[in-house]
Design a protein around this ligand. Structure first.
Ligand SMILES: Cc1cc2nc3c(=O)[nH]c(=O)nc-3n(C[C@H](O)[C@H](O)[C@H](O)COP(=O)(O)OP(=O)(O)OC[C@H]3O[C@@H](n4cnc5c(N)ncnc54)[C@H](O)[C@@H]3O)c2cc1C
Length: 320
């Protein structure tokens, strides 16, 4: 069987989850299966220098656009699927993948399972574990092949980053497909990080909706100051305007890997875990013992965050 692993990259970089898709493809594959990485973007170079762990790379590029819209990516992928006739297509759960996976399922009529964390092969079927309700429930699914899986970033380890052998590269010009697309790129705005760089922070105290209100963030900020940590927030905290966007962790925020990540009142939705699950040490505080954040936490406390922050701050200050 052939497995197509979709990959993404822009501004000279490959998304790390691209390498995870190759690992996921190997997990789903059997001996003799071929893993084909698919890439569409402005510049094929980051894919060519990184995705050598796949057996082949099919890359389409359009040098005249900074980003390829999901509509065009999906068209290019559909052409590749028609040519390669894979038994399985893996799409990352990304902003692009959300549009692309549904498009491909509609075109092919193949089953699509989203939020996939685990994959194993059972003959002509796959056994898949997928998250539902923000990770509170894990669904075990049997999926007949051919199929499409949308895989959670962070669920699989990254495959080794190495260059693609030139004989294994098939490159095409995506410019005509992009030109025919109805979705046009108007511009790219790079966020103003204002001196805040969570991606290099060694310690982060992250507040979730459990913090309750904007004023209470000062309590967590006090603990962050004592720990020499940056303060960060989940998306609802940022959407509420309690912290600036540059301090958001997750799928649509920063991807962080500090030595210490203290999560206060964060439930641990897949979109949040995507940004922090690779932290060296994760400590979670949540009143709900079933909160999915505890699935990735090294240590956890099921108590009121305000009690814990007050006690911990006092002990750290008094040294007792
Ligand atoms: C395309 C897309 C992109 C997204 N991108 C992001 C992203 O980048 N980052 C992100 O965070 N989310 C993102 N989300 C949203 C994500 O799905 C969740 O909705 C969000 O992460 C939930 O935030 P939360 O954990 O703060 O809130 P909730 O899920 O409401 O969790 C609050 C938690 O606080 C606990 N709690 C309440 N009171 C206390 C207390 N006193 N003490 C201790 N614990 C308490 C509760 O038990 C609960 O578990 C995205 C969603 C989509 C669809």
């Amino acid at each position: 069987m052939r497995i197509v692993a979709c990959t993404e990259g822009s501004f000279g970089k490959i998304e790390p989850f691209s390498l995870e898709m190759i690992t996921a493809a190997r997990m789903a594959g059997a001996a003799g299966d071929e893993v084909v990485a698919f890439f569409a973007g402005q510049d094929p170079e980051p894919a060519v220098t990184s995705l050598g762990a796949a057996d082949r790379l099919v890359a389409a590029s359009a040098g005249n656009t900074q980003l390829i819209a999901a509509e065009s990516y999906a068209r290019l992928l559909a052409d590749t699927v028609a040519a390669e006739e894979p038994g399985l297509v893996l799409v990352p759960y990304s902003a692009n993948g959300l549009d692309v996976a549904g498009d491909l399922a509609a075109r092919t009529g193949w089953p699509l399972v989203s939020y996939v964390n685990e994959i194993s092969r059972d003959g002509d079927w796959l056994a898949v574990v997928a998250q539902v309700y923000g990770g509170k429930i894990l669904a075990e699914c049997s999926v007949p092949l051919p199929a499409i899986l949308m895989v959670n970033p962070g669920a699989f380890a990254e495959a080794e980053r190495r260059a693609v052998d030139p004989s294994k590269l098939q490159h095409s010009d995506a410019t005509p497909v992009v030109a025919e697309g109805k979705v046009r790129l108007v511009g790219v705005e790079v966020p103003n990080y204002d001196g805040v760089d969570l991606t290099t922070a060694e310690r982060i105290v992250c507040v979730g909706r459990g913090i309750g209100d904007e004023a209470s963030i000062d309590i967590a900020r006090g603990l962050a100051d004592i720990l020499g940590a940056e303060i960060a927030g989940s998306r609802p905290v940022v959407d509420s305007g309690w912290l600036p966007k540059v301090r958001q962790v997750g799928k649509s925020g920063q991807k962080v890997k500090p030595k210490l990540y203290l999560a206060l009142g964060v439930s641990g939705a897949p979109e949040h875990l995507e940004g922090m699950s690779k932290s060296d040490l994760i400590i979670a505080v949540n009143t709900d013992p079933k909160a999915p954040i505890f699935n990735v936490a090294h240590f956890g406390a099921t108590c009121d965050l305000f009690d814990l922050v007050a006690n911990l701050s006092e002990r750290l200050q008094t040294g007792r």
